[in-house]
Design a protein around this ligand. Structure first.
Ligand code: 6PG
Length: 472
């Protein structure tokens, strides 16, 4: 039998779908799974496809054409290292290992160094799009040496989603850059999801039922909010529970899970001193949601207004639309700001226009407005903040009134809108020529002689005051 063009280890659903995607582009693919029954069942289920099911890693490696291209699709963390370790004695110099899981970028940097020192080539590739994306065309964010990318490019470009004929994959940068950008993608995904949930919560307080919401979200998906997450939300509202005939969404317990990429994004933002308050609020909202028992207990003792919003439905839909869109812009502005700061810190030379462009299709955050984000960075690669691109400035200026009103309405009705509020707080802080940090500097100088600058003196000149002593 001829040697395979590509090999994949880890036949969970994402792995299986990626294999079928690669095979469908004309490549022969070898597959290996630790539990070999899974391999056998998978190959048997696709008798007409160019698949080679290997019973052992030796057989798997042996079946691949040189330089071997081995993609690992196993759980992030220890399992990735374990697979790499078992591959090392079997591979030849120059063979390529691709980690397509949601690995922490620092792990990817370590593996890049480790495998590079041994003479292998390594690519840490973020792959987004869930099961369907993997099968039909994901967005792929590969990091690693440019020369290795060149070898992988034909396969990656053929399997990636396409937007206007352009594949949703580009070489992100060296080392852990690919997994880093995928991590921020996920942080933004958290933000988008939470903002949608807050809109939903406001609508619920105004008496919208699942069927009304399906209509709202379907309409939104035909306008400037068009995106995968809005689209699936419309579908979710249409879904009935077969047992009770009720809207399924109303029967799902309100406790969110998370695997870690959002939390990693926050840690990295703090390390880089970049504000990502919308994503932060989204991660924290998931944490608060998971404390179900504590919330139920507190709901019995802590008072608040009745969660009711009394406003004409059509009006509310427009206002919430504006609040959602404005907040979404802020969330992306923050995520992209973090990518830009980290890119500069690491010397990765990241191209934000290219990153935004490959998020236009295939991935979970794909959205119509990513065309405008791409355009904004194509026009000005050094854009200091997405809010300042004329297209987005105009939207924010136009929507800010409704945005404020929605947050006021929700707050007065006791409905938590942490991500909407965090977004507006960022917007208002960022556009404030004067903030109250003068008082903060006075406090710092008072208790710690940390000194301050003065408004009437040149920047950099430091002052200290002998503040009165306070007793007690
Ligand atoms: C994607 C998704 C995918 C996965 C997330 C979900 O881009 O395809 O982001 O990677 O669904 O890991 O993460 P949580 O379990 O943390 O929500």
């Amino acid at each position: 039998m001829s040697k395979s063009d590509f090999g994949l280890i880890g036949l969970a659903v994402m792995g299986q779908n990626l294999v079928l995607n690669v095979e469908s582009r004309g490549f022969q693919v070898s597959v290996y799974n630790r539990t070999t029954n899974v391999t056998d069942a998978f190959v048997a289920a696709h008798p007409d496809k160019k698949l080679v099911g290997a019973q052992s890693l030796e057989e798997f490696v042996e079946s691949l054409a040189s330089p071997r291209k081995v993609m690992i699709m196993v759980k992030a963390g220890g399992p990735v290292d374990a697979v790499i370790e078992s591959l090392i004695p079997l591979l030849d110099m120059g063979d390529i290992i691709i980690d397509g899981g949601n690995s922490l970028y620092t792990d990817t940097e370590r593996r890049d160094q480790w495998l590079g020192d041994l003479g292998f080539r390594f690519i840490g590739a973020g792959v987004s799009g869930g099961e369907e994306g993997a099968r039909k065309g994901p967005s792929i964010m590969p990091g690693g040496p440019a020369s290795t990318w060149d070898v992988m490019k034909p396969i990656f470009e053929s399997i990636a989603a396409k937007v206007d004929g352009e594949p949703c994959v580009t070489h992100i940068g060296p080392g852990g850059a690919g997994h880093y950008v995928k991590m921020i993608h996920n942080g933004i995904e958290y933000g988008d999801m939470q903002l949608i949930c807050e809109a939903y919560n406001i609508f619920k307080a105004a008496g919208f039922e699942a069927a009304d919401l399906a209509e709202v979200f379907t309409n939104w998906n035909n306008g400037d909010l068009e995106s995968y997450l809005i689209q699936i939300t419309a579908e979710i509202f249409k879904q009935q529970d077969p047992q009770t005939g009720k809207a399924l969404v109303d029967l799902i317990l309100d406790t969110a899970g998370q695997k870690g990429t959002g939390k990693w994004t926050l840690i990295n933002a703090v390390e880089n001193a970049v504000v990502i308050s919308t994503i932060n609020a989204a991660v924290e909202a998931r944490i608060l949601s998971s404390m179900k028992d504590k919330r139920v207990a507190a709901s019995k003792v802590l008072k608040g207004p009745k969660p009711e919003i009394d406003i004409k439905k059509k009006k509310l839909v427009k206002k919430v639309h504006d609040a959602l869109f404005a907040s979404k812009i802020i969330s992306y502005a923050q995520g992209l700001d973090l990518i830009s700061a980290m890119g500069a810190e690491k010397g990765w030379d990241l191209d934000l226009a290219k990153i935004a462009a490959i998020w236009r299709g295939g991935c979970i955050i794909r959205a119509r407005f990513l065309n405008d984000i791409t355009e904004a960075y194509r026009t000005d690669a050094k854009l200091s903040n997405l809010m300042l691109a004329p297209f987005f400035t105009e939207i924010l200026n136009g929507f800010q009134e409704n945005w404020r009103e929605v947050i006021s309405l929700a707050t007065l009705a006791g409905i938590p809108v942490p991500a909407f509020s965090a977004s507006l707080g960022y917007y208002d802080s960022y556009r404030s020529a004067v903030l109250p940090a003068n008082l903060l500097q006075a406090q710092r100088d008072f208790f710690g002689a940390h000194t301050y600058e003065r408004t009437d003196k040149p920047r950099g000149e430091m002052f200290h005051t002998d503040w009165p002593e306070v007793i007690g």
